[in-house]
Design a protein around this ligand. Structure first.
Ligand code: HH2
Length: 265
């Protein structure tokens, strides 16, 4: 009931929404990953392309140039490294370089061959819900019932991964907070996260510093840690298992206390 893993975010990008450019240099990114690990991150999620609303796409060569040295060095240190990419070529090189987890925000839609690669290499994967693509996803997002629609999408994507040979226990799912959703959609997904958990796959939750927290509190991205913690604790209580965050130390502490409370006799 109380097990959780914190996934620390290592953005090797010039334009990520809250820390773009901070860790673009490989040495800085590796050092940042080591710090997040020391703070309690069980997985380090290395990404070389921003997916913020309106973000510009990056080609595979540029993405690899950014992430590969960072993946290789963190993996060589013994950290569990996830590659945050939707490109087959990037995932392939990152796995060869020691990554053990593929975090694909397109849930294998951008590159269906990704499922076969995950099956072949025996790594784990996260399938995330997104409406449309980052460039346009925030243009008037609409759903029938957002929770039902996200569940149907994730079920279909998980069935695809299973059919391609990825074993059930290596699949995790993510409702994709902030990806083609209004503030109300994000809050409905959080409030009813237990329904996503009921699909039977470990649920990954990524709320860290996101704009719906700013819409509620009026705070800038760098000031959204308290709001982030509120959502992560609620997510734990509803059964989420992996928490993707920028501020690892404070979130680990909050989740330790929340987990101990939930486990109290
Ligand atoms: N959110 C972001 C990127 N990748 N992956 C998963 N599984 N879930 C998420 O919620 C998620 C994700 C966006 O956050 P960040 O990496 O900080 O920003 P950017 O995409 O601008 O680099």
């Amino acid at each position: 009931m109380s097990d959780f893993t914190v996934m620390g975010i290592v953005n090797v990008t010039p334009d990520s929404f809250s820390d773009g450019g901070w860790w673009l240099d490989a040495d800085a990114a590796v050092e940042h990953g080591r710090v997040l690990s020391a703070e309690g991150a069980g997985i380090l999620d290395v990404g070389g392309e921003s997916t913020r609303p309106g973000a510009r796409a990056v080609d595979a060569d540029e993405e690899l140039r950014r992430v590969l040295p960072v993946v290789e060095r963190l993996a060589a240190d013994g950290h569990t490294v996830s590659i945050d990419t939707s490109k087959l070529a990037v995932a392939r090189e990152a796995l060869a370089g020691g990554a053990r987890y593929v975090n694909d925000v397109t849930a294998f839609r951008h590159d269906p061959g990704m499922a076969g690669l995950v099956a072949e290499t025996g790594c784990e994967c996260c399938l995330m819900h997104m409406r449309g693509e980052p460039r346009t996803m925030q243009e008037d997002p609409r759903y029938g019932d957002v929770v039902d629609d996200v569940k149907a999408f994730l079920s279909e994507r998980a069935a695809f991964a299973l059919a391609e040979g990825v074993p059930q226990e290596r699949i995790q799912v993510d409702p994709g907070i902030g990806f083609g959703k209004t503030t109300t959609h994000n809050l409905q997904l959080l409030r009813r996260l237990d329904e996503v958990v009921a699909l039977g796959f470990p649920v990954v939750l990524g709320t860290s510093r996101k704009s719906f927290l700013g819409a509620i509190t009026g705070r800038e991205a760098g000031e959204r840690l308290p709001g982030t913690i509120a959502t992560q604790v609620l997510g734990l209580e509803r059964g989420a298992r992996v928490f993707r965050v920028h501020d690892v130390g404070p979130v680990v502490q909050a989740l330790q206390v929340a987990a101990a409370t939930l486990a109290a006799p």
